[in-house]
Design a protein around this ligand. Structure first.
Ligand code: PNS
Length: 165
């Protein structure tokens, strides 16, 4: 059983993430999308929300599972008996961070390898942060995130603004 983990914050999941999920799911038996429950970052969406949004968008891909994780990625991988980490590379600006992360993970556990998918051209510019910023200023985000995610982003931003009033 070849199991891989595609880890990330997914705050929220974008069409770029979905593209990597679909492509990587084709080359493994099972792909676990690992959603980081991170105390160091303050996400817009709770981890439960992010898992729920992801479950909606992957529901038609049979070998993809979505799970939240805390702590070290290599520990999560070990627990699931996954030897492959999947990450997407958009541009050269991603490279240094990704290289550092994959090498750190390799030192922490040398049985785990990271494989990189270069992002499809149409999503090369996309990031969860720019999606949130564009939505905050009222932009149409339908080319950035899956359809089911659109209303949830606007709803969450509205909630956040109300709290800040
Ligand atoms: O979507 P992101 O925020 O770029 O994903 C980053 C993620 C979740 C892959 C990374 O922060 C991570 O693996 N965090 C878990 C903690 C960990 O294992 N750190 C050591 C490796 S640098």
């Amino acid at each position: 059983m070849k199991r891989a983990i595609y880890p990330g914050s997914f705050d929220p999941v974008t069409l770029g993430h979905l593209d990597i999920i679909k492509r990587s799911a084709k080359i493994v038996d099972e792909l676990v999308v690992g959603v980081l429950n991170n105390n160091l970052k303050t996400p817009l969406f709770s981890v439960e929300n992010r898992v729920k949004m992801l479950n909606e968008v992957v529901k038609d891909i049979p070998n993809v599972k979505v799970m939240a994780f805390e702590g070290l990625l290599v520990d999560f991988a070990k627990k699931l008996d996954a030897k492959i980490i999947v990450r997407g590379l958009r541009a050269v600006t991603d490279f240094e961070y990704e290289l550092q992360m994959s090498q750190t993970n390799m030192v922490l556990d040398n049985e785990i390898d990271t494989i990189f998918f270069t992002t499809s051209l149409e999503y090369a510019y996309l990031s969860s942060s720019t999606v949130k910023e564009a939505a905050y200023y009222g932009a149409d985000i339908s080319r950035f995130v899956p359809e089911s995610v659109i209303p949830q982003v606007f709803e969450k931003l509205k909630e956040k603004e109300k709290k800040n009033e």
